[in-house]
Each structure stands twice: as C-alpha cells, then as structure tokens.
Ligand binder design. Structure first.
Ligand SMILES: Nc1ncnc2c1ncn2[C@@H]1O[C@H](COP(=O)(O)OP(=O)(O)O[C@H]2O[C@H](CO)[C@@H](O)[C@H](O)[C@H]2O)[C@@H](O)[C@H]1O
Length: 754
C-alpha cells in the first residue's frame, strides 16, 4: 500500500447487483488508505445495507475497488466488473488484509488467497511435525544428559564455553553458515532437519560437513587456499603450540568425535531453551530491519548483528522477524504468494510491486523483500549513484513498514499489537518516519514502536535538500530531514530524521554512546543525540558463538595441513580498508614490525590505494607478510583462529566484533582504546594478572608499536601470563544473550512510551 497523499478521490458505491451507484461523491482523501475508505463508507452508511457492496475510487488516474462488506450469512455478493467475492468474510476484512484491489486483479487475489489457505494447512502440518521433533529431542537430551555432564566435568578447567551444557533441548532448526563465493543453500537442509531431527548437526555448509567428516578429501573442496605447494605457502600459519587453546580445541573436537554422538551434538546456546520464555510478560513482536543479514548478505558487522541478535531475542521468547532485501535467488525462502503490494515511487512515477519471501530458521522469521532493484546487489549493497541508493532504501523501508500486514508468518501476520521495529543505521532510518507519517500520525498502528540502532554514524544518507521530495512524504515532515552544516549549509539527512522520530535510540557500546555526544564523535549529529539523551542507550554487541566457534575453526586449520612455523607470533588484521580501521597506522609501523621475528596476515577490501598497499607489504616482505585482498568469511575465521595477536588500530570503532571473536578464540587483541574497543578490551595488568589485551590511547603508529612491543614481550618471555590472557578472553560470556536482555529493556521502554 502507499500513502495517497492529499489527493481527492471519487467514491462510487453500488449495493447488491444494482446498475447505478447509490453514492457518487468526490472526497478529499485526508491521506486515506483503503482501510480508512472502508471506515468512511461504513460510518456514512455506504456499504452493505444488508448486502455486499463494492466501493470504487479513483486515484491518480487508476481505478480501484475495495470490497466494503460481503455477508456470508445472507449469501449476497458484490457484482460488477471483476470477480465474485462470495464468502470472503466480514466487513472490512478484505480491505485490511489485502489493501485496495484493482478490478482487473481481483480474480488473481482470490486465487492467491486459496494458495494461502493451502499454505496454512501445510504450516499446520509442519507444526504437528515440529511438536513431534521437540518431544523426540527432549527424550534424547534426557538420555544424553548424564554422559555430557560427565564429559563437561572432566574438562571443566579447560572449557572454551562458560555455558554449562551442550544439550539440545528443543526442536530448533540449525543455523546455516555461509561459504563465500556461493549463496548459502539451506533449503534442502532445512527440510531435512524438519523431517529428520537427528541431522541438525549436518545441516550447515562445508565447514560443518568437514567437521563431521574429518577427511583430507575435504581439502580439495577449498578453493580459497592453495595448499598444494609447500614452497610457496599462500598463508602463514604458526604450528599450534601445546597451549590451553589448542588442547581445548583438540580435546573437545576429539571428544565430539569419540565420545559424543555427533548427531546428538548441539549448540551451546540452545541450553537456554530449557527454561520458560525468559522475557515473561514482556514478550513482544519484534521486526528487525536491516540492509544486510548474514549469512545471506554481509559487508561487515551489521550483517553479523542482523543475523544473530534476532535469534537471541527469539530465545528469550519474543516473536521475531528479520526483514532484509533479497539480493540473490536464495534457495530456502519461499515466495509467500499473496504477499505483494504496490508502492508508488516518485522516481519516474511508477508503480513498484514487491514480493516477500519467507523462511523460518532458528525460531526467527526471515523475510526477504524482492524487487528487481535489489537483485544481484549483494556485492554492491551500498554502491551505485546517489539516486539509485536512495531509491533502494526508500523502497525497502516502505516495503518493510507494510510487512506486519502482508506476510503471514506461520499463517498469521504480525499485525500492529505489541509490535516494535528495530531499524539499523541510515539505510533503514526512514522506517520510523514512514511508520509515523503513514500510520501513527493518522491514529493507525497506535501500538507499534520503532527503535533505531546506530552502528556507524559516519554514514548518514546526506544529500541536497531537494532529495526530500523523493520520499513521498507530506511537506510538514521536511524539517525532520533538514540539518545545518557549517560548511555546506542546509542539507538533507536521513539519519537525523530517523533519530528524531524513533521512539528509542541504541548504539552498540557504552564508549561509542559517550563519543556520539561529542562534536568530534557525533559527526554533526551530536546535537540531535544530546537532545535525545532520554531515549538513547549503549548496548555492547555480542557474538554468535555458534558461527564463531573455535572448535570448528581450529579443527579446520589442522585439517588443512597448512605450512607451519614454531614459536613465531602471528599477528592478524581483518577489516574494511578505510580511514576508520587505521590501516595506515599499520603501514607506518611496518618497518618496525618486519624487523621483529613475527608473521603478519592481513585480510581486507576497500579503498583501492589501501588494497594496493596490502599487496605491496606482501611483495616486499614475502617471508613475513601476507596481504589478502578480498572478502572471505572462511579466511576471516582462519585468521582469527590461527593468529596469536589481533591488531585493531581503528580511529573510531562503534563496537567492533573482530576483537570479540579474537578473544573467544584465545587470540589476544591489541587495540586503539576507542568506542567499543575501550569497553571490551580491558588492558592487561601484569601485577594483578587481569585483563584481556593491550590498548593504546591515541591513533598514532608510535603508540601502536609501544603496545605491540609489550604484547610481544609477554608472548616471548612470560608464557604463564600469556596463557592467562588467552584463557580469560576465552572464558568470557560474549554471547548475544546478554545483549538481548538489554535490547528487551529498550523495547519494553518504547512500548510503554506515549
Ligand atoms: N575482508 C573481509 N573478509 C571477510 N570478513 C570480513 C572482512 N572484513 C571484515 N570482515 C568481517 O566483517 C565484520 C566486521 O565487523 P566490525 O565490527 O569491524 O564491523 P563494521 O566496521 O563493518 O561495522 C559497524 O557495525 C558493527 C556492528 O554493530 C560494529 O561492531 C562496528 O564497530 C561498526 O563499525 C566481522 O565479522 C569481520 O570478520
């Protein structure tokens, strides 16, 4: 559906099978949408009058019809051009569920509804099967309980995961992890796991299948690494020392293969499902809207968050949906059939029809918005010229705000009761505005709330003020978007409007929350953020401990049989190659680094000059440095697992996920003390033997060298302290469960805010 703006429409109504309209009036729309048309008709006695009735209205030259009411009991039906609506339900139902209906497409709508009915029957069948799975798994878990407890007790001192159990306690479906270069295909695996609960451990990508089949043949599948030439190793990997980390990996992996039935192997996070819904009375309907979502689409940390936070919220008992563009022809999500709408775009004044694809994975409804403008953009999500990006984001946000009415997840739409949207970054900051303008300011969706999460304030969706006229919003909303810039004067700013309009604002760490309020850290939006202080909060991201699992990656590293060197610290860097990530500081420190007995492995993609710099590092220091230019999730895992030290000299870092992944893997971080890095990397104190890594106070190469020097000294000369650092890092609770609890508090606060 779309807003009809401030146009008038011609209203004509026929009762029963009469030939002339009983009403023929021109009405101002008042921003009317079909449900309001329906309400108007009912209030003014235009309508069933004991029989079915069509109401026609003309809008922008298009003739449309809505069915105001057909009463099954009387058997009356509307007549006229188009199809019969016999038996469609009570007054207004048709309108609310389907939006306005073009006469010529009425029959198609009826047919699609039939499909929905069939789909609902199918879903009911699936629910029955799933219940069977749950009871089966519960009985299985009870049997395994004794063995697993013994296994954990035996390894308590070297446990990777502070969570006490590995039991499957319900019938959740397995998450799928991406293997780069191909679209993740979980469809067959999903259905496999639905029909065959004991195969949940097998339903991931090649990483998991390699884990379950530790077979050298698996190496042939890996096209990322050339492991056949020991003389010219592509990737430097240090020989695993007999450390706590490695023993853990080995012991736990062996334990999995030897003493635990791999089919009974489960996700440590699933333990929480034993309990009744943790959210209790605060259970809500939550719709997370993001421009990317791992494993389907990912350019950075936002993709990780959109893939993992929703599952943690679902584990707390919330009904959770993720809405993301459909960039590729993903196998598993299915077209929901009836769920398409028409969106009017002012770009060329064209109707744009989107479809919704749906998939239910790990307790979360993943909904993919399909339209040609999104297709094949997975490697160019934020690319293209400004009008193109704007067009994509406008269309996506308009489609997302309609999702609660159009996608019958599990047979039932989310609706607007007890509902909160979570929008992310400027790309979806229009959503709170559309929710307000199209619905709440009109007294509709009164109970729906919006939360906007800031992952990176550096990108704001700025443009000339005229961009506002592309948004399909009444002029009174223009002020929300207009921001004065001391250099450029007034400009258009999407993030600004989102921040002002959202009911709550979250950012991804406490440190960054503080920085955003300063003129240096707020990138021009600090004024708005300070004004919104009452609704603003920092919540540190978690990590997906199923996707980032040291057991899995350490085992992989070993299985690959990569060339190894003893007692040489491997320093890793993973990240976007841009100003934010401070790669140039590494460049300045390079002469000092290559003079040490270390190896350096860098993975990144971004600015062409910095990409070239990585290649140059490798060319000039081939015995010590590898610069991998590209985006490879598998390689990111391997570096995190294989490195001893992770370098993050970011100039600013809202949260940072790589340092969290590193600590989970026993890889010690050396970071610039900024934003989330300051929050999460407590500096090592050699006297108290506390802390997780090294930090430096200013983004300067000299300070980086100083911190790294201290780190290397500890690595070489204080082995016990080194092991302590790694163990403390590994045994932290970095899971999303913690963060999800805080998000819930924010959602509840929004819910009770009027
Ligand atoms: N070349 C490459 N190949 C494969 N994987 C790569 C890669 N380059 C980066 N990655 C992966 O992308 C993710 C990047 O995470 P960051 O936390 O650095 O996020 P980013 O800066 O993109 O996002 C913003 O959002 C996140 C989430 O809130 C914040 O943590 C962060 O501070 C903020 O800047 C990690 O999973 C990393 O492994």
């Amino acid at each position: 559906m779309t807003s009809f703006g401030s146009q008038t429409f011609l209203l004509e109504a026929w009762n029963g099978g009469g030939n002339s309209p009983v009403v023929h009036q021109s009405k101002p729309s008042c921003g009317s949408r079909p449900p309001v048309v329906a309400a108007y008709c009912r209030e003014n006695g235009i309508g069933p009058g004991g029989g079915g009735c069509r109401v026609r209205f003309r809008m922008r030259g298009r003739r449309s019809e809505v069915l105001v009411g057909v009463e099954k009991a009387t058997g009356l039906r509307a007549t006229g051009k188009g199809s019969s609506f016999e038996g469609e339900g009570g007054i207004g139902d048709d309108i609310v569920a389907g939006g306005y209906v073009d006469v010529d497409s009425a029959q198609a709508t009826v047919n699609k509804r039939k499909k929905v009915l069939a789909m609902q029957q199918d879903l009911i069948q699936q629910i029955v099967e799933r219940r069977k799975q749950i009871s089966y798994l519960e009985s299985r878990a009870a049997e395994a309980d004794q063995d697993i407890n013994y296994y954990l007790k035996d390894r308590r001192n070297i446990s990777f995961n502070p969570s006490p159990s590995h039991l499957v306690t319900n019938g959740k479906y397995n998450v799928c992890t991406v293997s780069e270069g191909s679209v993740p295909s979980t469809e067959s695996k999903m259905s496999e796991s639905r029909n065959s609960p004991m195969k949940t451990g097998e339903s991931d990508d090649s990483l998991q299948s390699e884990r379950l089949s530790p077979n050298p043949l698996g190496l042939a599948k890996d096209t990322d690494l050339d492991t056949t030439n020991p003389v010219e190793p592509i990737f430097l990997v240090k020989e695993p020392e007999r450390s706590v980390k490695d023993e853990n990996a080995e012991n736990q992996t062996e334990a999995k293969f030897d003493s635990v039935d791999p089919e009974a192997d489960t996700d440590p996070e699933e333990e929480n499902m034993d309990d009744p819904p943790l959210a209790g009375v605060n259970v809500m309907n939550v719709i997370v809207v993001a421009a990317e979502c791992a494993p389907w689409s990912k350019t950075g940390g936002l993709g990780d968050v959109a893939g993992a936070l929703p599952k943690a919220l679902a584990r707390r008992g919330h009904r959770v949906m993720v809405v993301v563009p459909r960039y590729g022809n993903y196998a598993e999500p299915k077209d929901t059939g009836t769920c398409f709408i028409q969106l009017l775009s002012y770009f060329g004044v064209q109707d744009m029809e989107v479809s919704y694809f749906h998939s239910y994975i790990d307790g979360v409804d993943f909904v993919f918005v399909d339209h040609p403008v999104f297709q094949h953009q997975e490697n160019n999500i934020y690319g293209g010229n400004r009008p193109d990006i704007l067009k994509r984001m406008i269309l996506f946000c308009k489609a997302a705000v309609e999702v609660p009415w159009h996608v019958p997840c599990g047979g039932v739409c989310y609706g607007d009761g007890n509902l909160a949207f979570i929008a992310n970054d400027w790309h979806t900051a229009l959503l709170p505005v559309y929710l307000k303008a199209y619905y709440r300011d009109k007294g509709l969706m009164k109970y729906a709330r919006s939360v906007l999460v800031i992952h990176n304030i550096a990108h704001q969706g700025r443009g000339p003020v005229e961009d506002f006229f592309h948004l399909d919003l009444p002029e009174k909303y223009m002020d929300l978007f207009t921001l004065y810039d001391p250099i450029g004067g007034d400009h258009f700013n999407i993030f600004a409007a989102g921040l002002k309009t959202a009911d709550r604002v979250v950012t991804v760490s406490h440190g960054y929350a503080w920085e955003l309020k300063t003129s240096q850290g707020g990138w021009g939006l600090h004024g708005i953020i300070n004004d919104s202080d009452w609704k603003f909060r920092g919540i540190v991201n978690g990590i997906d401990i199923k996707d980032w699992n040291p057991e899995l990656d350490a085992a992989l590293q070993k299985e690959l049989g990569l060339p190894v060197r003893r007692n040489v610290p491997v320093i890793g860097f993973i990240g976007r190659l841009d100003h934010q990530k401070g790669v140039d500081l590494i460049a300045e420190a390079m002469p000092w680094m290559v003079a040490q007995d270390v190896q350096l492995v860098m993975l990144g993609t971004g600015r062409p000059d910095l990409e070239e710099m990585l290649r140059k590092f490798e060319r000039e220091n081939h015995d010590k440095v590898r610069g991998w230019v590209g985006f490879s999730v598998k390689m990111a895992h391997r570096i995190t697992a294989g490195a001893d030290i992770l370098l993050m000299p970011s100039r600013f870092e809202p949260c940072g996920l790589n340092q969290l992944y590193a600590m989970k893997y026993g890889t010690v971080p050396v970071v610039h003390a900024v934003g989330g890095l300051r929050d999460t990397v407590v500096p090592f104190d050699p006297f108290k033997e506390t802390g997780y890594g090294w930090t430096f106070e200013r983004a300067e190469s000299g300070m980086l060298v100083h911190a790294l020097g201290n780190c290397l000294n500890t690595y070489w000369n204080h082995k016990k302290s080194w092991e302590g650092l790694r163990t403390r890092g590994m045994t932290q609770d970095l899971s999303w469960d913690n963060a999800a609890k805080h998000y819930e508090e924010v959602l509840v606060a929004a819910k009770y805010q009027w």
